[in-house]
Ligand binder design. Structure first.
Ligand SMILES: [Zn+2]
Length: 236
């Protein structure tokens, strides 16, 4: 008797989910500030801004290799490209610390140095006229149940950016909100502009690892970060 009941409830859940996906598909992907023209947050805040996107790891360093099919280095590079496209669409200029699966220090004066990969990222930001620096990462925890998004800051000037990114991101992806945290990370400590390091989700968590491998979820992440960046420049 157990099986038919389980089957039935699965069928009901499946139908409900199908309905939901059909509906959300018809409505299209919505970004809060783009969806509501009456809100004061327009995309004009992105026009002419110069932004560094720093996809973590790369080259010989895959970053976190979690329980999913993709590495941290792959995930954050794909998200950075997605976000770069969106930012440019709204008139911002984007500098990427790496554009493919190579180390940012390869072929630079920092090659082979201790922390060379990080130093090359910081140098790319500091010698540019960028206004903000955003480092993209995936998290890991020994407890596979742990999930969610956090944004890290270090300098006083980083805090507003970290808060805006955290709000934008969890608002769009509905990931668990782990808040902003002060962390003494190299790229935050050494950049001479407001900087934030985004831990988008946990590759040690099966569900988040699966989501982060998906182009559709990476797009949601990029849209959330776009909303956060826009809100930061809008002073919200
Ligand atoms: Zn990382």
């Amino acid at each position: 008797m157990r099986k038919p009941i389980v089957l039935y409830s699965n069928l009901a859940a499946t139908l409900a989910m199908l309905g939901f996906f059909l509906l959300s598909g018809l409505m299209g992907t919505k970004v809060p500030f783009l969806a509501d023209p009456n809100r004061s947050l327009g995309t004009e805040h992105l026009q002419g801004r110069v932004i560094v996107l720093d996809p973590g790891h790369g080259g010989g360093d895959p970053g976190t290799v979690g329980v999913g099919s993709t590495t941290e280095a792959e995930n954050v590079l794909a998200i950075a490209w997605e976000l770069k496209g969106l930012l440019e669409k709204y008139g911002a200029e984007v500098i990427m610390t790496r554009q493919n699966d190579t180390s940012p220090s390869a072929g630079t004066q920092f090659s082979g140095q201790r922390n060379g990969q990080l130093a090359a990222r910081v140098a790319a930001g500091n010698r540019s006229r960028a206004e903000i620096f955003i480092s993209l990462h995936n998290d890991w925890h020994d407890d596979g149940q742990i999930r969610g998004t956090s944004v890290h800051y270090y300098k006083g000037a980083d805090l507003a950016l970290a808060e805006a990114l955290q709000r934008g991101l969890v608002g769009q992806t509905k990931a668990r909100d782990l808040g902003v945290k002060r962390s003494n990370f190299y790229v935050l400590r050494n950049t001479n502009m407001p900087a934030a390091l985004v831990e988008i989700g946990f590759l040690s968590n099966a569900e988040e690892a699966r989501l982060l491998a998906r182009p559709s979820y990476r797009r949601e992440v990029a849209l959330g970060l776009l909303a956060g960046i826009n809100a930061y420049f809008a002073g919200n």
